[in-house]
Design a binder for this molecule. Structure first.
Ligand code: IVH
Length: 661
């Protein structure tokens, strides 16, 4: 019996590895996500029932590690050197001349690859299994990040190789989409943002909690294979092909070049196409192909003589700050924005850059009139990197004492970075709060965009979000560019929004520090808006993730009479103030208990909950032996660890939806 179980387990693991490779490395899945999840689930269940068969290279064991105390420093087998840069074609031709002279007339070829903008990492394999992963560190000594690296799906945990021990070097990167999602989520939770995908990849790899790394969707691209610190194959091209055969993700955008012109053509081609890539590159890496020739050329103290980073112009530029003005956001936050002398940064004209808050301005030491270095990364708002030259007639920026929009008082609470306009009726705040109220994760009122909100507020038709529910088709047709048809549609959308469940209503209210996730947790815990409005700080803090800061903010909101009036009007308008959990008998999930952790890709927490309950399942707040499944999304909490400890199957959103059918 146990022999056949073991065989089934082995078979499942092979299948899962094969499909992971097809999916993550080749981008060519052969089965659906749901089918894949079924394989994983079966394996998890078998391993749960037969823990004696669990091995560290099982695909279920990517996230196994416990939070670490810190990272152990490890010396590299041979230094992880950096590369010299060529900043333009002439500098590249100089490099080529040095190569030609060094090789004394021998013919040679170059391999060109994209220079991925991440951080390099060495991964050691022993008997086909990952034994250790080390960051570059200072090149000589790096940090052991094995537990975190194991969570990267494009890093094979096991490879079929005749080599007893070898080392792979490559780049850890974060795709732009994952980066933007991560930052959006951090912004919503009031956490500091990552400046660019590279920093966020580095930050994600160096966290002490492997589950966090796992949620960050990092990628590993291999570009070197070493045995005893030395190249193993005769040419670099062969090495890349061998890595791909072993199951590593190797960037497809590479070329074998016979001369300088081929290299320059490759460089130019990708300069154009780099905007189409899902990740950032900062140049191309050019390497002499034959390892024997690489040996002949050797190294300088810092870098190989046989390779160079042929870089693209940085997406940075210098320009002058003509002025600093403040923008007023939804919660009244005043954000200083630098108005710049327009400058071209990597093909885009930039005239504004964010300065975030007073502390950031102090940190940068920036004043109006200074020349600064600005940087653009991905699609994010450009930011000021540093002052490069102080202006002759520079003058310091002063956070206004009065709101530039409504003249209301501006205050900065002790311990907070943000200065806020405290006038709840400030038109700037009002506009932003209406946009938030209407947004997808809140009331989901389609068609209520910037231009429309401007008009509604400027004409005094909407003085708070409750006024939206009093609008008529007739009112709307008075506005610019608004026909009867679109007016009717908008009124319909407003009407429909009255059905959105309480968690979204609560999020829509825009209580500081109460975002989508906290709103869902509160609604679940209290079951009604009134219960939340009447709860004291202590009761509020019994909800997971609600601390003193959040509970104070909630109390302050409901203690304010304007807000209470607003809430009453929303009640009269017919918004959902209670949150009922309906359970369907005989559903597909009957008798099953689920625990949710982290942010799911599509469903909000309360949507997931209501789906599970609609299918007859139960959602519990904490993991215990009675839990059947833990549904994990991005940034899962300690519940995930608990699940692993108890051996409870962990599934993702796709698997959940598949189970529901
Ligand atoms: S080869 C001696 N290949 O660029 C060989 N590096 O400035 C050194 N990088 O530290 C590395 N893509 O982090 C190589 N295809 C690629 C690369 C690459 C990105 C990074 C790597 C390295 C830095 C050198």
């Amino acid at each position: 019996m146990s022999e056949s179980v073991r065989q089934r387990i082995e078979h499942l693991r092979d299948e899962i590895r094969r499909h992971e490779y097809l999916y993550y490395v080749l981008d060519q899945p052969e089965i659906t996500d749901a089918e894949f999840d079924r394989l994983v689930r079966e394996l998890q269940e078998l391993e749960k029932a037969h823990p004696e068969f669990v091995t560290p290279d099982s695909p279920t064991q990517r996230v196994g590690g416990k939070p670490r105390e810190g990272f152990v420093k490890v010396r590299h087998s041979s230094p992880m050197l950096s590369l010299d840069n060529a900043l333009n074609e002439n500098e590249f031709r100089d490099f080529d001349r040095r190569v030609r002279e060094g090789l004394r007339g021998e013919p040679y070829q170059y391999v060109t690859e994209l220079k991925l903008d991440g951080l390099s990492m060495a991964v050691h394999y022993r008997d086909g299994l990952v034994s250790r992963a080390i960051t570059r560190g200072d090149g000589a000594v790096g940090e052991d990040v094995t537990d975190n690296a194991r969570t990267i799906h494009t890093l094979p945990l096991r490879v079929k190789s005749e080599l007893p021990a070898f080392e792979v070097r490559g780049e850890v990167i974060m795709h732009l989409r994952a980066f933007e999602r991560l930052n959006a989520e951090r912004a919503a939770r009031g956490l500091p943002l990552y400046a660019n995908p590279r920093n966020s990849a580095a930050g994600s790899l160096r966290v002490l909690e492997p589950a966090i790394t796992a949620s960050r969707q990092l990628e590993y691209y291999a570009y070197l294979l070493l045995v005893d610190g030395q190249p193993y194959y005769e040419t670099h091209w062969e090495c890349l092909e061998a890595l791909a055969r072993l199951g590593f993700k190797v960037n497809k955008n590479r070329r074998l070049c016979n001369n300088v012109d081929d290299v320059v053509a490759f460089y130019r081609e990708w300069e154009e196409k780099r905007e189409t890539l899902a990740y950032e590159i900062d140049g191309v890496v050019v390497k002499v192909n034959a390892i024997s020739q690489q040996r002949k050329l050797g190294f300088t103290a810092k870098a190989p003589r046989w390779a160079i980073a042929f870089k693209y112009a940085a997406r940075q530029a210098e320009t002058v700050i003509d002025n600093i003005e403040v923008q007023v956001g939804r919660t009244g936050t005043l954000t200083p924005v630098a108005h710049l002398r327009p400058v071209n940064v990597g093909g885009v004209t930039v005239a504004r850059a964010t300065l975030h808050n007073e502390d950031e301005i102090k940190r940068l030491g920036v004043e109006i009139g200074d020349t600064v270095l600005i940087e653009r990364s991905g699609d994010v708002i450009p930011k000021v990197v540093r002052v490069t030259k102080q202006g002759e007639h520079r003058r310091p920026f002063q956070m206004p004492k009065q709101c530039p929009v409504c003249n209301g008082d501006v205050v900065r609470e002790p311990g907070e970075a943000a200065s806020r306009c405290i006038n709840t009726n400030c038109p700037a705040r009002l506009k932003e709060s209406i946009l938030h109220f209407a947004s997808r994760s809140a009331m989901g009122i389609d068609g209520l965009g910037d231009a429309l909100v401007d008009q509604l507020v400027d004409r005094g038709m909407v003085r708070n979000v409750a006024d939206l529910f009093d609008l008529t088709v007739e009112d709307l047709t008075k506005l610019d560019r608004m026909g009867t048809k679109s007016a009717k549609k908008l009124i319909d959308n407003i009407e429909r929004s009255k059905h959105v469940p309480l968690p979204r209503v609560l999020n829509a209210l825009g209580i500081p520090f109460v975002g989508e996730r906290t709103a869902a947790l509160l609604a679940e815990a209290f079951g009604s808006l009134d219960a939340i409005a009447h709860a004291d700080r202590e009761e509020l803090q019994r909800v997971e993730e609600v601390g003193p800061k959040v509970s104070d903010s909630i109390r302050r909101f409901f203690d304010e009479s304007h807000n209470r009036e607003l809430v009453e009007r929303l009640r009269v308008a017919g918004l959902q103030f209670t949150y009922e959990v309906r359970r369907k008998p005989g559903g597909k999930l009957e008798g099953k208990t689920f625990v949710l952790t982290g942010t799911l890709p599509n469903l909000t927490r309360e949507e997931a909950k209501s789906r599970i309950e609609a299918a007859g399942g139960t959602v519990a707040g904490s993991v215990s032996r009675n839990t059947d499944y833990v549904v994990a999304g991005e940034n899962p909490g300690s519940k995930l660890d608990k699940a692993r400890t108890l051996g409870i199957p962990v599934i993702d959103e796709a698997a959940l939806l598949e189970m529901i059918g």
